[in-house]
Design a protein around this ligand. Structure first.
Ligand code: SAH
Ligand code: SF4
Ligand code: F3S
Length: 442
């Protein structure tokens, strides 16, 4: 195989994969490779995959197949991410186009693995080394106005349907100093908003410069002191790890945005128990009440699974009931997908495919009605938006509201500008506004 000069990284799945993809790109650039321009062939393609549902995992293989070029040649292919971790060398038995298999905790070794592949080997690295990959990575490069920062990885919750504890390993927290330094360097490079990432981000714990032990709240309060950083977000949270301090931070730290992604998965306590979720519908609602007491305008978002083994129509009605009780601003909903090796895959009571389809449709209709209602509640309000991309129409730009809505407005302000807008219209997935003022605080 020849020396790769250009690369392309494609990330699927969650935001942690997006973050990992950015770090891999920085690593490849440091090795002297250049990113292949859009639409052009790359010498090395890294597919940063997701294993969460069967469809996502199968997509990885069809994407590999599609890398074959018309003339029969192909790029060097590295399978990274959670499918790589879950399948290891088996992936190379399924597809002879995969030269390298590298797991989410080992991608700092990618340059060595590429060198091995050039020699005709087919290296597999799915170690979860004690020395963190983060220590072996180059400094952050140019970033956009809104940046991701992984602070916590892995999961010890073992929900019975989920592969993440197996693909990402046990919960670990990145050290305080590393996170603060990375945040400073992101802001120096233009980030005005940082989203702290973790599979269970609120399980983060660490020790600050003064030797104080604390959780995510302590970190948020420290990052809020960074000049030039206007907005702080975090995702994803598990109800079991939310503490009083974090709730209080939502009323006290202005830069902490009024948005909480707190998946509930289902509304029936019987199903929640079978999922090993460690909360009930009621304890979840009580927790949200505490957040809303601290910050009344808090937008809540969630994840849902329909058709978990044994789910009856009655159980499903309880999911709809919790959707109404919360009034989600936004949500992701999925059909249950049995994952090999998880306890739920062995459970009886599989739900029929068309029943699942029907429930998903009804759930999504209900969720859409709530997000439209949430968006409509903002019409007439004045809010800040952080411009992060161009709109479809000429002269139009799109920015994010504090509640993570996309807001379009006519303006010549460039990406990275903070604007004050008045909201004029609400659509199911966006808001339209009129610019009142440029460069306002968060
Ligand atoms: N750590 C996060 C996100 C996990 S994955 C959390 O606990 O909330 C993102 C979402 O995928 C989950 O919240 C869940 O709704 C969904 N999911 C996970 N495993 C699934 C499966 N086997 N089938 C269908 N959806 C699944
Ligand atoms: Fe998966 Fe549950 Fe862990 Fe989330 S908390 S990553 S759903 S096991
Ligand atoms: Fe998918 Fe792995 Fe994220 S399985 S959702 S990419 S942690």
């Amino acid at each position: 195989m020849t020396d790769p000069k250009t690369f392309r990284i494609k990330s699927f799945g969650c935001q942690m994969n997006v973050y990992d993809g950015e770090r891999m790109a920085e690593l490849m650039a440091k090795q002297g490779l250049t990113a292949a321009p859009e639409g052009e062939d790359a010498d090395l393609v890294v597919l940063n995959t997701c294993h969460i549902r069967e469809k996502a995992a199968e997509k990885a293989y069809s994407d590999v197949g599609r890398l074959k070029r018309e003339d029969g040649s192909r790029p060097m292919v590295a399978l990274a991410g959670c499918v790589a971790q879950a399948e290891g060398a088996e992936a190379q038995r399924r597809s002879d186009m995969i030269d390298i298999v590298v797991g989410p905790q080992a991608y700092h070794r990618l340059p060595d693995l590429v060198a091995e592949a050039q020699k005709g080997k087919r290296p597999v690295d799915t170690d979860m080394p004690a020395i963190s990959k983060f220590d072996a990575m180059p400094a952050r490069k140019t970033v956009g106005p809104s940046a991701f920062l992984t602070v916590q990885e892995g999961c010890d919750k073992f929900c019975t349907y989920c592969v993440v504890p197996y693909t990402r390993g046990a919960e670990i927290s990145r050290p305080w100093g590393d996170i603060v330094n990375e945040a400073l360097s992101l802001v120096e490079r233009g980030a005005r908003e940082i989203t702290l990432l973790g599979q269970n981000v609120s399980a983060w714990s660490g020790i600050d410069e003064k030797g104080r032990e604390g959780g995510l709240e302590l970190l948020v309060r420290r990052l809020a002191k960074i000049d030039g950083l206007e907005r702080i977000r975090y995702t994803t949270s598990h109800p079991a790890d939310m503490d009083e301090g974090l709730i209080a931070a939502h009323s006290e730290v202005e830069k902490l945005m009024p948005y909480l992604h707190l998946p509930v998965q289902a509304g029936s306590d019987r199903i929640l128990k079978a999922m090993n979720r460690s909360h009930t519908a009621e304890s979840y609602l009580k927790l949200l009440d505490r957040f809303r007491a601290a910050r009344p305008d808090m937008a809540i978002s969630g994840d849902f699974i329909v058709g978990f083994p044994g789910e009856t129509e009655e159980d499903f009605q309880e999911t709809l009931a919790i959707v109404d009780a919360v009034g989600y601003a936004s949500a992701y909903s999925f059909k249950y997908s049995a994952r090999p090796g998880t306890p739920a895959a062995e459970m009886e009571g599989a739900v029929d495919a068309h029943v699942m389809d029907d429930r998903l449709q009804r759930l999504q209709a209900r969720l859409s009605a709530h997000s439209l209602a949430f968006n409509r509640s903002k019409v007439g309000e004045t809010m800040s938006i952080l411009i992060d991309r161009k709109g479809k129409r000429p002269g139009q730009m799109i920015g994010k509201s504090p509640w993570l809505q996309s807001v379009f407005a006519e303006t010549d302000a460039p990406i990275g500008t903070m604007l004050e807008v008045e909201i004029l219209e609400a659509l199911p997935n966006s808001l339209g506004g009129r610019v009142l003022r440029q460069e306002v605080a968060a």
